[in-house]
Design a protein around this ligand. Sequence first.
Ligand SMILES: [Mn+2]
Length: 342
Amino acid sequence: METILIHFGAQQAFHIGDPSEIFAARRAATYLAKSLDFNDLRRAQLELVITEAGTNIIKHAQRGELLLRALTHEDNFGIEIIAIDNGPGISNINFQMEDGNSTTGTYGGGLGAMSRLSQEFDIYSNGQNGAALIMVIWADTIPAPDEQWKIGAVCLPMEGEEVCGDAWTVEVCDNSLTLLVADGLGHGPEAARASQAAVTAIATNPGKSPAALMDCAHKALYGTRGAAVAISKINEARSELKFAGVGNIAVSVFISAGRKHLLSHNGIVGSNLRKLQEINQAWEEDALLIAHSDGLGTRWDLDQYPGLAQAHPGLIAAILYRDFSRGRDDVTVIVVRDITEF
Ligand SMILES: [Mn+2]
């Protein structure tokens, strides 16, 4: 039984409103690439993608954000770049993707170049209300790994905080997937200590059910200020999801029968936790799970974004963050899609 931790590391956000801010994002990307042993070519490609994405934001939308995140898959490392803006959007993406085609002299050559330089690329725009792009560049020359799951993530500290009081982890073990999202009470280093303890508790107890994992997390969080924690586990046959939640993490599952909210218990993991009852929820091919901390408002509706539910989960997380972040707390949005096997 091998457990693979798919994703790790904190995400960095860069406001993009003038060229010096693109430079700052690129410098951080360079630093990250060096720490992940990117060769010179891959690092140069990464820098080019950051420059193009940042330049597009400024020209097309005046301002936006770039998010950087390290990825790991077996021995391979990658860097994910998300670009979001609230500009006029892109009305004809296929047309704009062809080099040289651009209605504003902005998104033309840039999109084609960014997609060629990335091993993974997706874009969402409904022709108004801005755009979101996701690009992944891997350190190794092998193509993007063939995954059974696609994970989208935004996890950022509130403005002014160095560390994020939210934490999350995904573990894949024998075809089952376990997702934990934790929100340490308040924010700052003490909140981070609590939520990280929950992540560690999951990592050191593979194979357990969500309710049993919640007990482990509860014990691990004694002495911390406590956290809200939600644990979802999709079974090996991928037909069912088990869920245990305590506190204010919102979790929804989207299956062919519609959207299902998974209810959490009241309490605080680490200090105040009653016996938990697991929830069983049907799961199926192409199902989507969205879990988020209370740094994101709850009044979002994917139906207001035609086609977004089919986009890369990273774009779903990015758009929800862009449009529903409360802005006065750490914020985490995790989106999991089960990729159909053929
Ligand atoms: Mn919070």
